[in-house]
Design a binder for this molecule. Structure first.
Ligand code: MF3
Ligand code: CO
Ligand code: CO
Length: 266
């Protein structure tokens, strides 16, 4: 019995992860038509909450999570907010904003965790570029996953996408093991060196969720003790998937219909 054997899921748990992952991605799809100029982040939170509870018969994992308890059912992170933004009635989306909505649902005891960016209206070239690079960074990290690879391969692949673009990678937050707990081992850094860190094994489940900043990678936490913002107030973007290591690559549990992940099996 090796030290990491408890991170490998059996067939019943894997099936539950597929279901939870699909539900989480369905929430992002449902939200799509509502994410537009004039909507408040609390209105988006309410839509997501009611859909998760009433339609999906699932639980929004962020609600009351942690210390102090997170007060809402999704995270909404606008512009210079890196992650863990708290939905409010007075945050109204305006033309040119970028927003990440991060959804985590619990179904039958298992978790699905995923997020994506939207640009309100056309957005600046910089807004478009940071959102695009953050998604490419996630995809590069995913492409590095397979049985026998190392955690450091994921971070190295992300760095190879982000650094030539002169963006920075947030270091204070990382991806995480996820299954019948929200956050468990391993910590999935979004920077690293090939061949270093834990060896990945078929059946391990975790998230990859790189946060990419326009300026400094440094963040600070607001007095609400949740909201993380960039120290220089420049833009930040993030995309997240929940996946499982397979013999030849990975199975993504939170794929949306609009996504073309065929590069993963190529
Ligand atoms: N969904 C976030 C993640 O990707 C965690 C949110 S914790 C919360 O890990 F309490 F802020 F919701
Ligand atoms: Co996560
Ligand atoms: Co998340």
């Amino acid at each position: 019995m090796s030290k990491t054997d408890n991170l490998i899921l059996g067939p019943e748990a894997i099936e539950k992860m597929r279901i939870a992952g699909k539900l989480a991605s369905d929430v992002l799809v449902m939200l799509d038509e509502h994410v537009k100029e004039g909507v408040t982040t609390e209105a988006l939170n309410k839509l997501a909450h009611d859909y998760i509870v009433d339609v999906q018969g699932a639980i929004p994992a962020p609600l009351n999570y942690g210390h102090p308890p997170f007060p809402k059912s999704v995270c909404t992170s606008v512009n210079h907010v890196v992650c863990h933004g708290i939905p409010t009635d007075n945050k109204i989306l305006k033309d040119g904003d970028i927003i990440n909505i991060d959804v985590t649902v619990i179904k039958d005891g298992y978790y699905g965790d995923t997020s994506k960016m939207w640009i309100i209206g056309e957005g600046s070239i910089m807004a478009q570029r940071i959102c695009d690079v953050a998604q490419k960074a996630l995809y590069a990290g995913m492409a590095a996953v397979k049985n026998g690879a190392h955690l450091g391969d994921i971070g190295a692949a992300i760095q190879e996408v982000v650094e030539p673009e002169r963006f920075s990678i947030v270091r204070e937050f990382c991806g995480h093991g996820i299954s019948n707990q929200f956050h468990h081992e391993p910590q999935v850094m979004h920077y690293g060196r090939k061949g270093t860190g834990m060896e990945l094994k078929t059946g391990m489940t975790f998230t990859i969720e790189p946060m990419i900043n326009q300026g400094t990678w440094k963040t600070k936490i607001l007095p609400d003790q949740w909201t993380a913002i960039t120290k220089d107030r420049k833009l930040s973007a993030q995309w997240e998937h929940t996946l499982m290591v397979t013999d030849n690559g990975c199975e993504v549990f939170t794929t949306r219909p609009e996504e073309d992940l065929s590069f993963l099996t190529a």
